[in-house]
Design a protein around this ligand. Sequence first.
Ligand code: NDP
Length: 297
Amino acid sequence: MTEVIDGDAVAADVRDSLGDAIETLKREGVTPGLATVLMSDDPASETYVSMKQRDCEEVGIDGVHVELDTDAPAADLYDAIEDLNADDDVHGVLVQSPLVEQVDSREAFRTVAPEKDVDCFHPENVGRMVAGHERFKPCTPHGIQKLFEHYDVETEGAEAVVVGRSMIVGKPMANLLIQKSDLGNATTTVCHSRTGDLAAHTREADIVVAAAGVPEFIDGSMLKEGATVVDVGINRVDADTEKGYELIGDVEYESAKDVAGKITPVPGGVGPMTRAMLLWNTVKAASEQTGVDVEMP
Ligand code: NDP
């Protein structure tokens, strides 16, 4: 019997549990603050940023939104980030990607103060995570670890395959899976577009994390019976719906669910966890910057 991993439910649980930590901070006069920075007219980015702001409002985090003109020079963005770095009411700064072409995104991510880098893109934080003493974990892989925790997915000793090697999902996911720590200790293979025979790897895996951004390219025939399948992909494909499109994952759900032991759906799997863990990182950042101790769920 395949277990469908309910990301909406686990994310709601994470948000509820964060409530206690936020109350503790507020009793000490600290309201966690998250700044989102947008310099793009990409409609999907605008949607993501407004969802993140709404999430903040729901849990009692102060949301600040800074939007820069898409024609402005890159220096304006770096200055705006510096202002947020200096603002004591802002504990987390998130620069939404993709950025306009005149901006060097690596420079933008480096400008965010490491203590406020709730996306974990700053090289210092990436290095700390790789070394196994992280300040923050990137939201998507961290959210996937929370799903593993809630659904008793054993990573220790498991064969894990991560499909995709981006800085935002694939690489940090693989790094967390190999850490000598809880929710790590997996023997991990990273596959990508140059992998010779992808199916040969995924068929051996107890855990498959699909993060390639290719609609439904992993099907049931590529999976081992009983595997845990985590579908990170969010692909917009034309469909006869009100919006004219639908969102589908990297995994062909129908065939995969007959083989998998546990599987995340799209939507309602990893996506809500990514959003919840951004709130988590913001609360942690607020606690560390103010010295008010809270218990993180
Ligand atoms: P990127 O495009 O940055 O990276 C995709 C990776 O997949 C690359 O490493 C690429 O290989 C690899 N890849 C592409 N095609 C294949 C293939 N046919 N076989 C094997 N590997 C392949 O994407 P992201 O990591 O940013 O995002 C991946 C997906 O996850 C997207 O659909 C995105 O929308 C979604 N996403 C979802 C989130 C959520 O919260 N659910 C959060 C972030 C992203 P190579 O390096 O060789 O090019």
